[in-house]
Design a protein around this ligand. Structure first.
Ligand code: AR6
Length: 332
């Protein structure tokens, strides 16, 4: 998946480059900067001394020394005052210049912390939005795997309004299925059919179907990959537009394209449904072709349904919401 939001300590990331939220001196500090310098060792500071500092919004690169990452890209985020001092433009530049440097150095994978969102005070939800917007627009033109590494989940929030809307939607649709004690009691008390009897019935049916089975198999419905390619054409999209918007990497897309019977995972199907902006009915149809369904017994499914019903097909916003609700993310 080209963009992933994960929880980790960035110094542990096995990527080509990690990004450091530094200050203009580039001579170390607290927060993630301190962690990176401690993990990389003294040689990092020695190289930083040769760089002559770095302006806010710009980025410079060094080796990673004792880190698992080959490079450290040091960028300087803005100090947040009230949001009217050009903070957003500076923060956007941090992502742009860091990604550009990573590209120049041939990095295939890069991990960012949420720049400026600690000591520099940028509100975390706004900082995350800038990160997601800048990285996703970069990924439309470039092949790279980029991680946003969230260190402190407790401090991390998607917009409060969005969170409470989704929470309410989950409540409305989830509670029904999970607190209906009467239905549960009924299910517990319902007599079970003996397995043998069911087996025999199935066998008889299969025999009666007999040669009709070949006919039935020859009339098999459109497969998932056939439907996907048809929908891409109907939408007038290129393959690349579709898989990039789905946050799916090119290799996986080629596999799907070349194998008419490819069995994707459920998050992959949903990622394509979102990318193609399918209606809820079409989404269910596409899921069915891969052997899945949307269920109200599942928070993940309800969140997806919420976004589709609200016509919000921004996969990165959906992933932020899934992350906030501790669900797995869309994409490969
Ligand atoms: N891995 C990933 N993220 C981390 C880690 C870690 N090990 N440690 C902290 N974070 P901050 P800033 C998160 O304060 O706001 C330094 O002193 C943290 O939870 O490190 O850009 C510099 O020298 C927060 O969300 O950076 C500068 O003087 C995010 O990283 C100043 O702080 C950024 O928090 C820069 O402030």
């Amino acid at each position: 998946m080209p963009l992933q939001i994960i929880r980790n300590d960035i110094t542990k990331m096995q990527v080509d480059a990690i990004v450091n939220a530094a200050n203009e001196s580039l001579l170390g500090g607290g927060g993630v900067d301190g962690c990176i310098h401690r993990a990389a060792g003294k040689e990092l500071l020695a190289e930083c001394r040769t760089l002559g500092g770095c302006k806010t919004g710009c980025a410079k690169i060094t080796k990673g020394y004792r880190l698992p990452a080959k490079y450290v890209i040091h960028t300087v985020g803005p100090i947040y005052k009230d949001g009217n001092q050009g903070e957003q433009a500076f923060l956007e530049n941090c992502y742009k210049t860091s990604l550009q440097l990573a590209k120049e150095y041939g990095c295939e994978s890069v991990a960012f912390p949420l720049i400026s969102s600690g000591v520099y005070g940028y509100p975390k939800d706004k900082a995350l939005k800038v990160a997601v917007d800048m990285i996703s627009s970069f990924l439309i033109e470039n092949e790279m795997t980029v991680y946003i590494v969230i260190f402190d989940k407790a401090a991390y929030q998607i917009g409060e309004k969005l969170f409470s809307d989704i929470a309410e939607y989950i409540d409305d649709h989830y509670v029904d299925e999970h607190t209906d004690k009467r239905r549960e009691r009924f299910r517990m008390n319902a007599p079970m059919k003996p397995f043998m009897a069911m087996d025999d019935a199935c066998k008889c049916k299969a025999m009666a179907v007999g040669s009709g089975l070949d006919d039935a198999l020859s009339q098999m419905d459109e497969s998932f990959s056939e439907m996907l390619l048809r929908k891409i054409d109907e939408r007038g999209m290129t393959d690349a537009q579709c898989y990039k918007k789905a946050n799916i990497d090119r290799k996986l897309f080629s596999k799907i394209r070349s194998d008419v019977n490819y069995k994707p995972s459920k998050p992959t199907v949903l990622a394509f449904a979102i990318s193609l902006e399918l209606s809820l009915a079409e989404t269910k149809d596409m899921l069915m072709k891969a052997g899945f369904a949307l269920s109200h017994s599942n928070k993940f499914d309800i969140i997806i349904e919420y976004f589709i019903k609200n016509g919000n097909y921004n996969i990165f916003e959906i992933n932020e919401a899934l992350f906030a609700f501790d669900q797995s993310l869309l994409g490969a």
